[in-house]
Design a protein around this ligand. Structure first.
Ligand SMILES: NC(=O)c1ccc[n+]([C@@H]2O[C@H](COP(=O)([O-])OP(=O)(O)OC[C@H]3O[C@@H](n4cnc5c(N)ncnc54)[C@H](OP(=O)(O)O)[C@@H]3O)[C@@H](O)[C@H]2O)c1
Length: 294
């Protein structure tokens, strides 16, 4: 089979896979029982923008705050994490840490992404798992449409060494906008695979430390808000570069995850703006919106 025929056949298989994936994600969101969160405190000032519709406000117990970007030349950027009670985030299946269904469907695949122009993930969060980032519950899909956002945010993946683009579904769906942040060596390694996928845009940095330059380029290209979904290695660099304003952290009531995998090593200069607790099946879960003191 020629390369072009092989790619066409592969694209059809991936499209089929994506249709099943989307149907599965939507069905899971619709079937989930979503215990209500209850606010312990909310210290937001009146002019901080909050989003939500009647459906999310009931389950999240109020509006979901989004801080403006710290630098007008960068997109605003939030980080969303679920951690075990002993502070671990590393696991092939973050939902298994025990953050609960409301965290998965209302916060993670929900309020943290519903306004985002782009979702940003580290290579190890994408590698090996067939993911497409976005919201799935019809209430959130409608909210995104009402906000004038396309169905799926731009999918941005960061890799220094380069990735095999053939396998993950995310790189093989021409209807998605995908960007890959890398350095010259990574771009060289992916050259042929990128050439065969004109819908993927590489963003090539001089050095791994150039994430602020990448944010400038994204802002110039119209990206105003990024939802970064981890993992911890990329998250730590984003935080250290001062690129993150909001941290949405859900803590499960039980220990677990891979040992020594906090989303940030050491103490973080942040203040807790909002704290909530889970109810029903999510009793013992806490949610915090922390604002980083950049
Ligand atoms: N609990 C949660 O909420 C949560 C959230 C996300 C992920 N996770 C879990 O966490 C684990 C993955 O986290 P992780 O910290 O190991 O990996 P990660 O942050 O997802 O990815 C790290 C990779 O990102 C690339 N990278 C790092 N810095 C970069 C830079 N400056 N520019 C461009 N690319 C850069 C490198 O890719 P290359 O190796 O390709 O060079 C690096 O190996 C998985 O188990 C995942 O399921 C949990």
């Amino acid at each position: 089979m020629t390369t072009a025929r092989r790619l066409r056949a592969g694209a059809l298989a991936h499209q089929d896979q994506f249709a099943h994936y989307a149907a599965r994600k939507t069905a899971a969101a619709l079937a989930a029982t979503l215990p209500l969160l209850v606010t312990d405190f909310d210290l937001a000032v009146d002019n901080l923008p909050a989003i939500g519709n009647a459906w999310t406000r009931r389950r999240f117990d109020g509006g979901f705050y989004l801080s403006p970007a710290v630098n007008p030349d960068w997109p605003a950027c939030s980080l969303v994490f679920v951690q075990s009670v002993d502070g671990n985030t590393g696991t092939p299946s973050p939902a298994a840490l025990g953050g609960g269904a409301t965290d998965t469907h209302v916060i993670y695949e929900g309020l943290s992404q519903v306004t985002a122009d782009a979702v940003l993930a580290g290579a190890d969060t994408v590698r090996g798992g067939d993911v497409v980032f976005g919201v799935w519950h019809p209430h959130l899909v409608r909210m995104r449409t009402a906000l004038g956002q396309p169905r799926y945010p731009i999918q941005i993946v960061a890799t220094l060494h380069g990735m095999d683009l053939d396998a993950p579904m995310l790189f093989n769906l021409p209807e998605l906008r995908v960007q890959v942040i890398t350095i010259a060596a990574g771009a060289y390694k992916m050259h042929d695979q990128l050439k065969a996928r004109p819908w993927i845009q590489p963003i090539v940095m001089k050095r791994a430390e150039d994430l602020p330059r990448v944010f400038e380029a994204l802002r110039r290209a119209g990206v105003a808000r990024i939802s970064a979904v981890g993992g911890r290695h990329l998250a730590t660099q984003l935080i250290d570069a001062g690129l993150v304003q909001d941290l949405y952290v859900t803590t499960s009531p039980r220990p677990g995850g891979e040992a020594d995998t906090p989303f940030y090593p050491g103490s973080l200069p942040a203040r807790v703006l909002v704290r909530k607790h889970g109810t029903g099946a999510d009793a013992g879960v806490t949610f915090e919106h922390r604002v980083l003191l950049n």
